[in-house]
Design a protein around this ligand. Structure first.
Ligand code: SAH
Length: 218
């Protein structure tokens, strides 16, 4: 993992610049922008890529996976929080742990699920090392959610299924919000599902580009 003693001096400034850029691109939630400023993204990528950690791009994290682009992390978090501050949030696809760190500073408790053992272990370790305490980890196939910890006020999925897994919708609390990319590698859009008194209501937001939500664990 990156240590960055040399670049550490500049990383607050580069984080501020990243937050400004996200604001220009349309991210409006000031709490989310504050958290982008305070989260050391360079700690979630390999040392060799650390100098690019505050570019607004996705980067490889090994195992054929990527850390999501900061704009996408900020935007999905903003959509998740738009209904009010959630208590319990479920994240499917821990990956690098960066989105997990962002969430942990904005909600009461984060439950995160990852299907690749190497990533699950590495992200757990780095998040612990950085002192984020309100996170519970599970190494499993997130298609089924985390039934015995639900219902959740928010669910965020950071990999794309063809269709929304029914189990995730059933784990939404009343008023709960599910933010999920849906589609194929060629065509994907971000969807928001809100659990209303009349059942789940789905809305399609912007086009996105995520790795696929796969099945099983490895
Ligand atoms: N939020 C992460 C995104 C990583 S990419 C980050 O910014 O670093 C998506 C992640 O979803 C990968 O780590 C991948 O292994 C994981 N994933 C894919 N299908 C999954 C499934 N069914 N259950 C749990 N995790 C899954």
């Amino acid at each position: 993992m990156a240590d960055l003693r040399g670049v550490g001096m500049t990383s607050q400034r580069t984080r501020n610049r990243l937050a400004e850029r996200l604001r220009e691109q349309g991210v409006q939630d000031e709490l989310v922008l504050d958290v982008i400023r305070s989260t050391p993204r360079h700690m979630f990528v390999d040392e060799a890529l650390a100098s690019r950690a505050y570019d607004d791009t996705s980067l490889p994290i090994g195992f054929n996976q990527t850390i999501s682009q900061p704009y996408t992390v900020a935007r999905m978090t903003e959509v998740l929080l738009a209904g009010g501050q959630p208590g319990k949030v479920l994240e499917i696809g821990t990956g690098s742990g960066y989105q997990t760190a962002v969430l942990s500073q904005l909600v009461e408790r984060v439950y995160t699920v990852e299907r690749i053992a190497g990533l699950a272990e590495r992200s757990r370790e780095i998040l612990k090392q950085l002192g984020y305490r309100n996170i519970q980890f599970k190494y499993d196939d997130g298609n089924i959610g985390w039934p015995d910890r639900g219902p959740f006020d928010g669910i965020i999925v950071t990999a794309s299924p063809r269709t929304i897994p029914a189990g995730l919708i059933s784990q939404l609390a009343p008023g709960g919000r599910l933010v999920i990319p849906v589609g194929t590698a060629a065509e994907q859009s971000l969807k928001l599902v809100v659990m209303t008194d009349d059942g789940p209501v789905e809305e399609t937001l912007e086009a996105v580009n995520f790795v696929p939500l796969l099945g099983g664990k490895v």
